[in-house]
Every structure is written in C-alpha cells, then in structure tokens.
Design a protein around this ligand. Structure first.
Ligand SMILES: *[C@@H]1O[C@H](CO)[C@@H](O)[C@H](O)[C@H]1NC(C)=O
Ligand SMILES: *[C@@H]1O[C@H](CO)[C@@H](O)[C@H](O)[C@H]1NC(C)=O
Ligand SMILES: *[C@@H]1O[C@H](CO)[C@@H](O)[C@H](O)[C@H]1NC(C)=O
Ligand SMILES: *[C@@H]1O[C@H](CO)[C@@H](O)[C@H](O)[C@H]1NC(C)=O
Ligand SMILES: *[C@@H]1O[C@H](CO)[C@@H](O)[C@H](O)[C@H]1NC(C)=O
Ligand SMILES: *[C@@H]1O[C@H](CO)[C@@H](O)[C@H](O)[C@H]1NC(C)=O
Ligand SMILES: *[C@@H]1O[C@H](CO)[C@@H](O)[C@H](O)[C@H]1NC(C)=O
Ligand SMILES: *[C@@H]1O[C@H](CO)[C@@H](O)[C@H](O)[C@H]1NC(C)=O
Ligand SMILES: *[C@@H]1O[C@H](CO)[C@@H](O)[C@H](O)[C@H]1NC(C)=O
Length: 284
C-alpha cells in the first residue's frame, strides 16, 4: 500500500480544527439566537408577529426580518420595519457582532438606546426613525465608524448633537429631523466630507452656522435646517457646496443678506429661505 505519512499529519490537524471551528460557529450562532430571543421577550404585547415565528425550533436565519451571511451563517441584518412592535431596545442586541444593518423604523419602540449598541462595529446602516425613542443621542454613536446611513428622525431625542459623530468618517446620510434636539450644531459635523444629506429640520437647534459650513462638504446634495431657532448669517461659503440640490433653511432666525455665492450653486433645484429675518427684497 502506498502509505503517505503526510496524509496522517493532515488528518491529525484537520479533525481537531474542524471540531473547534464547528464548535465556534455553533456557539456564535447560539449567541445570536440568544440575543434575538431576549429581544423578542422585551417586546411588549404577546400578539406580535414575532411571537410564533422566532422560535428555537427553527434556525434564526429563517426567522422573519433576520438575514444571515451566506458563508459564516451569522446574523448580518435585522429589518423589522412597520411591524407594530413596541417596547424598549434591549442591550442584548449589542451581541449581534456581525450585524451590518439594523432597521427598526416605524414601530413603537421607546426609552433610551442601550450603550451596548456601540459594540456593533461592523454596522453600516442604523435606522430607528418613526419610533418614540428618547433621552440624549448617545456619544457612543461615534464608535460606529463604518455607518453610512444614520436615520433617527421622528423620535423624541433631546439634548445636543454629539460631537463624536465626526468620527463616523464614511457617513453619507445623517437624518435627525423631528426630534427635540437643542443647542448648537457642532461645527465638526460639517467636516464629515462623505456627507450627502444632512437633515436636522424640526428641532430646537440654535446658534449660528460656522463660516466654513461648506468648505469640506463636496458631496452634499441636501441640507435641511428648517423649523429650528438658528440665527446669524447664511454663510457665504454655502456657494462651495457645489453639488447642493436642495437647501431648506426656512422658519429660523437667520439674518443679514442672502450671500451672492448661492448663485454659484448650479445644481440647485429647491431653495427655501422664507420666514427668517433676511434683508433685501431681491434674490441675487
Ligand atoms: C417565519 O416567517 C418566515 C418569513 O415570513 C417564514 O418563511 C417562516 O416559515 C416562518 N417560520 C415559522 C416557524 O413560522
Ligand atoms: C427594510 O424593509 C423595508 C420594507 O421591506 C424596506 O423598505 C427597507 O429599505 C429595508 N431596510 C433596509 C435597511 O434594507
Ligand atoms: C453577550 O455575549 C457574551 C459572550 O458570549 C455573554 O457573556 C454575555 O452574557 C452576552 N450579553 C448579553 C447582554 O447578551
Ligand atoms: C415626546 O415627548 C413629549 C413630552 O416630552 C410628549 O408629549 C410627546 O407625545 C412625545 N412624542 C412621542 C412621539 O413620543
Ligand atoms: C474620535 O476618535 C479618536 C480616536 O478613537 C478619539 O481620540 C477622539 O477623541 C474622537 N473624537 C471625538 C470628537 O469623539
Ligand atoms: C428632512 O426631514 C424632514 C423632517 O423629518 C422631512 O419632512 C423631510 O422629508 C426630510 N427630507 C429628506 C430629504 O430626508
Ligand atoms: C463669521 O464671519 C462673520 C462676518 O464675516 C464674523 O463677524 C464672525 O465673527 C465669523 N464667525 C466665526 C465663528 O468665525
Ligand atoms: C431634493 O428634492 C427633491 C424633490 O423634493 C427630492 O425628490 C430629492 O430626493 C431631494 N434630494 C435630496 C438629495 O435631498
Ligand atoms: C462663484 O464661483 C466662481 C468660480 O469658482 C468664483 O470665482 C466666484 O468668486 C464665486 N462667486 C461667489 C459670489 O462666491
């Protein structure tokens, strides 16, 4: 017989390795399952759509709203939009360590965001809009450095916009509209050069915009600031947002003249500046 010692060696290495790998997958998938079952338990009301679907007798990958990775079979997306779910968001979700997308929009979730969500380092999409979440927008959001879309609109968040958002260096869409945010807009927000849409409308934000508002925002297409208490001049650097299509600053306390540089925004489709204290009766 043509005996190959190498074969034995391979076998000796392969068997323990695959046992360990399998054990790791099982443990990790179990931890995903555990996190989701805890989430299910925290949802108020037994008549929700998850009650009979999220059961330990089927794989989490077949549960409604759950998507798993093709190869590693870990939970990568959770989308429970418009499922009439209520309750608080439990800290266990922070253990879904492979999560890329979390969308709980248009439900009745309330309470604070648990700090454990700041562990979701792979997250690219975080959408919690149209709920009743409250408390401050947590500073740990800045830990989610890969997020591209952060959509928190129509909640009850209070306090100031955290400076730490500047660390989300690939952020494209920032939507914090229709909350109760107050204080100044941190100037660092306007330094996230990947931003395409900033929506801060319908809050209680005050103070003025930085003079270099558009110096570092080459991709910005939409800037929505209406229904706040913003004051000061509309900075003439606005003309540097060369991709700007929609600019809405109405219902604030902006004053002074409308800068001529706005005329340089050749892609502009919509411009709302009404109900401010702007001077001049003619658009430049
Ligand atoms: C859960 O819902 C999914 C998607 O609607 C469905 O494919 C699956 O069969 C359901 N599982 C159970 C146990 O009801
Ligand atoms: C979640 O599902 C809804 C409805 O199917 C869809 O409109 C939305 O884009 C999904 N969210 C994400 C982040 O893919
Ligand atoms: C998260 O996972 C770790 C390790 O698997 C576990 O010790 C811990 O209890 C889990 N935490 C939560 C909140 O589920
Ligand atoms: C937000 O909070 C206020 C009181 O602070 C409350 O009247 C209002 O109903 C809340 N809105 C939502 C959507 O929960
Ligand atoms: C951004 O991250 C760096 C490195 O992690 C940290 O030193 C810095 O304080 C953070 N900036 C803000 C504003 O949080
Ligand atoms: C901006 O936010 C306001 C309030 O939430 C909303 O009415 C508007 O549609 C939003 N615009 C975009 C482009 O997100
Ligand atoms: C912005 O410019 C105005 C007028 O040019 C000036 O009065 C103001 O002090 C400047 N603000 C800052 C923060 O530099
Ligand atoms: C600009 O406004 C138009 C019309 O309301 C809308 O369809 C489009 O999505 C907006 N674009 C951005 C980048 O907000
Ligand atoms: C408009 O753009 C041109 C070319 O970049 C520049 O020379 C000019 O100063 C700008 N006008 C204003 C009012 O900013």
């Amino acid at each position: 017989m043509n005996y190959n010692p190498c074969f034995h060696l391979l076998l000796a290495l392969f068997i323990p390795c695959s046992v360990v790998c399998l054990a790791m997958t099982v443990r990790n998938l179990n931890s995903d399952q555990f996190a989701l079952l805890e989430f299910k338990d925290s949802i108020a009301g037994p008549q929700n759509v998850l009650a009979n679907n999220w059961t330990a007798s089927t794989s989490v990958c077949n549960w409604i709203g759950v998507s798993c990775g093709i190869i590693h079979k870990r939970v990568i997306a959770l989308n429970l939009t418009s499922m009439n779910l209520g309750g608080t968001i439990p800290l266990h979700l922070g253990n879904l360590s492979f999560l890329l997308s979390l969308d709980l929009s248009s439900n009745h979730f309330y309470g604070h965001l648990p700090k454990e969500l700041g562990q979701l380092h792979r997250l690219r999409i975080l959408q919690l809009s149209y709920n009743r979440l409250n408390g401050e927008l947590p500073s740990w959001l800045g830990n989610l450095q890969r997020v591209r879309r952060l959509n928190m609109k129509n909640n009850n968040f209070t306090g100031t916009i955290p400076e730490t958002l500047v660390n989300i260096s690939n952020l494209e869409i920032l939507n914090l509209g229709f909350n109760q945010l107050s204080g100044q807009v941190p100037s660092s927000i306007f330094k996230i050069s990947s931003l395409k849409v900033i929506n801060l409308s319908s809050n209680s934000l005050s103070g003025s915009l930085p003079n270099d508002t558009c110096q570092h925002l080459p991709k910005l297409e939409g800037l929505y600031l209406s229904w706040n208490e913003l004051s000061g001049n509309i900075p003439s650097s606005m003309g540097k947002c060369s991709n700007l299509k929609n600019l809405s600053s109405s219902y604030n306390q902006f004053m002074g003249i409308i800068p001529r540089s706005i005329g340089n925004l050749t892609r502009l489709q919509e411009l709302y500046l009404e109900s401010n204290n702007l001077e001049g009766n003619q658009f430049p």
